[in-house]
Design a protein around this ligand. Structure first.
Ligand code: SAM
Length: 455
């Protein structure tokens, strides 16, 4: 690997005697890992990622695109080290009604993890500032299927106006990416000392902008995928001194290979590829000590319509008495009742691009069920005609091809693969119109000859 000279000088002095082992690890193959969706998949009998309950290593990197269960949201392909954030949630966020913000969330690896470990009465706001990336985030959150999530597309400064609103904020900051050199060799060409400095300054701006949205005593998990101290320990120190916080310890087990902070004065957690099976990663957990007022609630205008819910819509959702049902224009949604006030407040301040479960759209006398309902962990599949397809038909469906269904009634049919919902079709007799979202479809035509089933 062609490492920049300045990177070598700086990282050698950081690692000392470990430098040779580190370079050797960078020249070895990067491990492939996945995290299963506990609401959709069973535990696997594979090598476990030690610091999470649902992460596994795969023996090689398969073609995920051609595994239908990947599209069904049964698992997420995620770099192993970053799954460590689960420990901060398990050790400090225990149930209850917790408002969580994942500020820099696209494509959604950490958000899907948080959605799994947070309690059912907690709210997750996943935000991404870049619009195109926010759409990918919304797609991944929809596939994961958790109803108590909202996806927003805002600048940190705008979210900062939600004064004292959040109990927990994850800032997985854009960084110089040194920890990804092995996975993405292109990242080495973008690296420079000047860029490290720019990243550090941008991280501080992001942190300062979002700080007011965290309540006093609230927790902030700061993480990067880079090794240098500038963007890591120095920024943690900066948060403590400039914004007002204390650093909290996270318990780690001896055998995990996690390295400590490079500052004696506070704990932090570092992952190096020669010590742990994963890429480079850094994180530290902070508790806000500075005072924060709380947002004055405006009288929110009721934007949802009072129109009558399409008659069987409620029956599409399991446990429907714990949801509120509402429409926006012709689209119907279900959102956990307990969190609905929070949603209203968020909508009055932020640009929400996806929320809860979108059930479907009324068109004339027809109600067209939505992809978000198909992939929701709360879909009441018993109330739909379902049709389980084989691998070849599943790939055709995900490529948005027209399906021919044998002996099926006319109307909306939920297509499943190995009994996991993939999406809807509208059967019109001689053929079934494919309702899979156009922008999600598999574009590659290089369909493998043999089935791909990863879990
Ligand atoms: N947390 C994500 C995950 O686990 O999948 C990865 C996040 S990535 C390290 C950092 C994200 O920050 C990127 O999606 C990037 O678009 C976003 N970003 C870039 N500049 C930003 C800014 N000024 N404020 C907030 N987010 C920014």
């Amino acid at each position: 690997m062609n490492l920049p000279v300045d990177f070598i000088t700086r990282t050698k002095s950081l690692l000392g005697d470990d430098w040779v082992a580190f370079v050797e690890a960078l020249n070895s193959e990067s491990p492939t890992s996945i995290r299963i969706n506990n609401h959709k998949a069973e535990k696997l009998f594979l090598d476990k990622v030690l610091w999470t309950e649902s992460g596994y290593y795969l023996p090689q990197r398969p073609s995920f695109t051609f595994d239908p269960l990947f599209h069904a949201g049964c698992y997420y392909v995620q770099e192993a080290s970053s799954m460590f954030i689960e420990q901060a949630f398990r050790q400090y966020v225990v149930g209850g009604n917790v408002r969580i913000l994942d500020l820099c969330a696209a494509p959604g690896g950490k958000s899907t993890l948080i959605a799994d470990v947070m309690g059912e009465s907690s709210l997750l706001v996943s935000n991404e500032v870049i619009r195109t990336r926010a759409n990918i985030l919304a797609e991944n959150i929809t596939k994961w299927g958790n109803p108590n999530t909202v996806v927003t597309n805002n600048d940190p400064q705008q979210i900062g106006k939600l004064q004292g609103f959040f109990d927990f904020i994850l800032v997985d900051a854009p960084c110089s990416g040194e920890g990804m050199f092995r996975k993405d060799e292109g990242a080495t060409s973008e690296w420079s000392i000047d860029n490290v400095k720019l990243c550090k300054e941008r991280q501080q701006r992001i942190l300062a902008d979002i700080w007011s949205a965290l309540k006093t005593e609230g927790l902030l998990l700061y993480s990067t995928c880079t090794y240098n101290v500038d963007e890591n320990e120095e920024n943690v120190q900066w948060i403590c001194e400039e914004l007002g916080a204390e650093v909290l310890p996270i318990d780690v087990k001896e055998g995990w290979g996690v390295s400590p902070s490079l500052r004696d004065s506070f704990p932090a957690y570092r992952f190096f590829p020669h010590k742990t099976k994963g890429e480079g990663f850094f994180c530290a957990l902070l508790r806000k000590t500075s005072d924060e007022g709380s947002l004055k609630r405006r009288k929110d205008k009721e934007k949802t319509s009072k129109s009558i819910i399409p008659f069987d819509c409620k029956d599409y959702v399991k446990d429907n008495e714990s949801f509120i049902f509402y429409s926006q224009k012709d689209r119907w949604f279900a959102f956990p009742s307990l969190l609905y006030n929070d949603l209203t407040l968020i909508k009055s301040h932020l640009n929400v691009i996806s929320e809860g479960i979108c059930l479907g759209e009324v068109k004339g006398k027809d109600f067209i069920p939505d992809q978000s309902l198909a992939l929701s962990t709360y879909i009441n599949a018993e109330n739909f005609t379902t049709y389980d397809v084989d691998w070849k038909a599943a790939i055709a469906y995900l490529r948005k091809e027209t399906l021919l269904l044998q002996d099926q009634p006319k109307g909306y049919i939920l297509i499943t693969y190995r009994n996991k919902p993939l999406g809807f079709v509208k059967n019109i007799g001689n053929r079934a119109n494919n309702l899979y979202p156009q922008e999600w479809r598999i574009r590659s035509a290089n369909i493998p000859e043999t089935e791909v089933n990863i879990i």
